[in-house]
Design a protein around this ligand. Sequence first.
Ligand code: NI
Length: 170
Amino acid sequence: MLRPVVQYPDPLLAKVCEPVAEIDDGVRALAQDLLDTLNTVGGVGIAAPQIGVLRRVVVIDVSPELNDPEAPQDFRVFINPVVTVLDARPHEENEGCLSVPELRAKVKRPRRVALDALDLEGRPVHIEGEGYYGACMQHETDHLDGKLFIDYISYLKRSLYDKKMRRGRR
Ligand code: NI
């Protein structure tokens, strides 16, 4: 089911999410809602708090794993994801977020990471990647700890954006 995407500065986006203890019908329904929403609104990833659910579940497009720019998007569900840095040298990507409208900004993150999680059948899954793909793994997992990519941008840029969003809400 398509769910509305929670928009900054909604406080839900700043909460730390609960780990999934058991993969039950509720978790399967949540995963389906994330997939349906991402497929409808478009993007490379989405995290549960972005549809208002404070549980540790994300969906990420894993097609870059194939190293084929022509590969179609391939959305996978990751439960209780944990990111490990494999190469800490900084790498900059131009990031955006479905929950942060009208802003893209350059963000520096560790270059190469691994992501370990469970799939919907409870099996362990492991992916690794760098560049845009690695940034996506870090960006989505950050959502589960209440962190947004704008937490990494300069103070000036952030204040300008906050001001603009506050004006929009009046
Ligand atoms: Ni995001």
